[in-house]
Write a protein that binds this ligand. Sequence first.
Ligand code: PTJ
Length: 271
Amino acid sequence: MKVKIEVPSDHPRRVSLETREAIIEGHDSHVVATAGLLAHGRGEAFDYLIGEKTTEPAENAARAAVAAMLLAKHPVISVNGNACALVPDELVELAELTKAPLEVNLFYYRKDREDAIKDMLVKAGMNELLGTHDRPSITIPELSSNRRKVDPEGIGSADVVLVPLEDGDRTEDLKDIDKFVITIDLNPMSRTAVYSDVTLVDNIIRALPLMVKFAREMKNHPREELRKIIDGFNNDENLAMSVRIIMEHLDAIANDVSSLRKKKNDFKVDE
Ligand code: PTJ
């Protein structure tokens, strides 16, 4: 993540401030929708609750997600404004490693946003972007929002779709048309989280680099091994574990609020 402001390296909220800045700069350049600022705030709140680190269930989900993408006949990565603003380089790298094309698919569509997202991904090294206005499109009647317009070579014909930071209406519909859906959502109770086949309850700024790392490690794994990883994964159990981690985390704080001062580096709160 490259941002214009300089946050002192010892600032206890450095990562959070830089991430916020990336979203603000993304909004200034039209990559991020105004509603994306609010979506980010909701994500930040859930990240506090989960402890602002990748949990074991999130790591397991990342492994299953990458296995599904590597096994897929035609995996596709759906890109929205927030995902592009936060992890452009990792989106391009994951696309290359898993042979999953990137498709821009916006809830709050505007041509200038599509252009800004394309520019950012090209700067990150992307060669081709599906879903743009100059490409053929088909409509998925089951989808209700603007997201219903998809690329026939992308989401239209995909068997596995990664939909990071989703708005809830789409996952259920994608399931209805037999897509295997992977999502990244810090809220383990969102509709997207509970309807997906694999949900990474993690911040996209940690989840995408982790998926890239797993994709590098797993890309030459035998197919049976990848299949075993997916078969051994249960999304409901995984979500339940994420909710329990939040509860245990809050319980520990309720038992000893002063721990927030002592363990400043484990669980950081704003001043
Ligand atoms: O770019 P567009 O037009 O396609 O619009 C994108 C947004 C994100 C505005 C749109 O999809 C939307 O309104 O999403 P929601 O309904 O706010 O849902 C976003 C979900 O992502 C929420 O459950 C948040 O908790 C979660 N979230 C927010 N930031 C992060 C996150 N999850 C992972 N990492 C984050 N950084």
